[in-house]
Ligand binder design. Structure first.
Ligand code: 5AD
Ligand code: SF4
Length: 497
């Protein structure tokens, strides 16, 4: 009987990719993916440590499994990813029934560890070296690149895929745990990246998103020359069948002119740049050790606007970082109003043990102040997003169709019995393969994105998923454009002689 695997993922795109790869490697060992922990005999949580809240969610999910494990001691429970690397044995202390703890640099060991546990080895843990526990190269080696073969059926979308171009981070922003848990910055060889992209495109992928914590810091020495992210974009751009190339997340200081020129000159590269500012106050930026001032960030924005005026630029902000005064917050509001981001993700500061910020600075902004600042920024951003979406009304925009809209997916979930999983649980299946037979001809609410990453909702047939279509926008809200399929271009007049 095949072993049944349930994998739940929280956190960033890097975690979504890691879960996809872990699931694919276990499928090759004979595991079958199921949609709930109840049905599974192996339950894995791929975790995030960026904020306390993400960790709390995992510890409560583990708490809920305590009784299931008492009733079925043969069930294997594993904790993977960033929280595994950060908390290590502490996880066994807080949840003694956990069998497996594996950091993000050790995921390749999972099939072997699960086999050993099933054979009665008892609990197993594999984590990478602490950043200060060895030389740079020793620590690098302990964070192994994990990019094994994919399985097309396991991607969250048949037409879209993530490709890791680098691992880890060397920026050490004082609030951030990522450099500890994902290890030193290491760029993958371009030839490997290209081979992976080629395979994905051959399997029907039309959109590839290159992933890195600071993706625009990508650098790889190839003989005499250094390959940069812009070179990678040129190298991948002409793959036949590829319609769109994206990359996330950018670090402001590494937004170089060659990269902006590549975005401008390569039509398949999305006009979309996620470049987190984090704060608009120089005092706060200095305490965060972001390595730029607000003036330098604004100069970078000016270069983006001058080179790629139509680009959708998005940001992250942290409110309530240690010592953030009303004046500091006002500076952030000013930056937000000035920059007119397409969207911003706003987080309340969450102190992370293991970071410099936790060591050096008290968490001294009261929670209600963080909450108020969070709401205020969200509100201002929503106003800007709504205003800046209005000019799209009446325009024809080319979009890449991603799949059924959220509303459509909900309706399907109500009207269809759940099936055993093709997609990774915890993530919306933006997968055309998830549609049932017979829906081929019917129209449904579909969603797609413009090159500047605006979400467009419209009615269309399933056969459009994975294609570029033109949509006429008739309504715009802060985060969604609504449209109808543009009529095909008129047939040329035919003159009968
Ligand atoms: N508290 C709150 N937000 C954080 N981020 C990173 N670390 C923290 C933290 N300790 C946010 C940053 C980053 C995004 C992925 O998460 O804004 O860009
Ligand atoms: Fe964290 Fe800063 Fe690295 Fe981003 S650049 S992952 S915020 S340390």
């Amino acid at each position: 009987m095949p072993k049944r695997l349930y994998i739940e993922t929280v956190g960033c795109q890097m975690n979504v990719l890691d879960s996809e790869l872990v699931a694919a490697s276990l499928r090759r060992q004979g595991y079958e993916l199921v949609r709930s922990a109840q049905e599974a005999d192996t339950i894995l949580f791929n975790t995030c440590s960026v904020r306390q809240h993400a960790e709390d969610k995992i510890y409560s999910a583990l708490g809920r499994l305590k009784h299931a494990k008492e009733r079925h001691p043969e069930k294997i429970i594993g904790v993977l990813g960033c929280m595994a690397q950060k908390d290590q044995e502490q996880i066994f202390r807080r949840a003694p029934y956990v069998d497996l703890v594996v950091g993000p640099g050790q995921l390749h060991q999972i099939p072997r560890l699960l086999a050993e546990i099933a054979a009665g080895s008892g609990p197993r843990m594999e984590v990478s070296l602490d950043r200060r526990a060895g030389s740079r190269s020793e620590v690098e080696q302990s964070f192994e690149s994990y990019d094994p073969l994919r399985e097309p059926a396991l991607r969250t979308s048949a037409h879209q895929a993530y490709v890791r171009v680098m691992m880890g981070c060397d920026k050490f922003c004082t609030y951030c745990i990522v450099p500890q848990v994902r290890g030193p910055e290491q760029s993958r060889p371009p030839a490997e990246i290209e081979a992976e992209a080629r395979r994905l495109v051959a399997e029907g992928c039309v959109e590839i998103t290159l992933l890195g914590q600071t993706v625009n810091s990508y650098k790889y020495r190839e003989g005499e020359r250094t390959v940069r992210l812009s070179d990678l974009l040129y190298r991948l751009h002409d793959l036949e069948g590829l319609a769109r190339l994206k990359f996330v997340t950018n670090f402001p200081n590494d937004m170089t002119d060659d990269l902006l020129a590549a975005v401008r000159d390569l039509p398949k590269v999305a006009r979309y740049l996620h470049v987190p500012a984090q704060s608009g106050s120089n005092c706060v930026l200095a305490r965060m050790k972001r390595l730029y001032t607000v003036e330098r960030y604004r100069e970078m924005l000016d270069r983006i606007r001058a080179t790629v005026p139509e680009a959708g630029v998005t940001s992250d902000f942290i409110v309530g970082f240690s010592g953030e005064t009303e004046q500091d917050f006002a500076a952030t509001v000013e930056l937000l109003r000035h920059a007119r981001f397409k969207n911003s993700f706003i987080f309340k500061y969450s102190p992370r043990p293991g970071t410099k910020g936790y060591e050096l600075y008290p968490d001294d902004v009261p929670d209600e102040v963080k909450r108020r600042r969070n709401h205020e920024l969200l509100h201002i951003q929503a106003e800007i997003s709504e205003q800046d979406n209005q000019p799209f009304v009446g325009r024809v925009v080319p979009i890449l169709v991603e799949g059924p809209s959220k509303v459509q997916q909900k309706q399907r979930r109500h009207s269809h019995a759940p099936e055993s999983g093709q997609t990774l649980d915890g993530h919306a299946p933006g997968n055309s393969a998830a549609l049932a037979e017979g829906e081929e001809a019917a129209t449904m609410q579909l969603t797609g994105r413009t090159t500047c990453d605006r979400i467009v909702v419209f009615e269309g047939g399933r056969q459009l998923v994975g294609r570029m279509v033109n949509v006429v926008v008739y309504e715009a809200t802060a985060f969604t454009l609504f449209g109808v399929l543009a009529p095909p271009p008129a047939a040329p007049d035919v003159y009968v002689l």
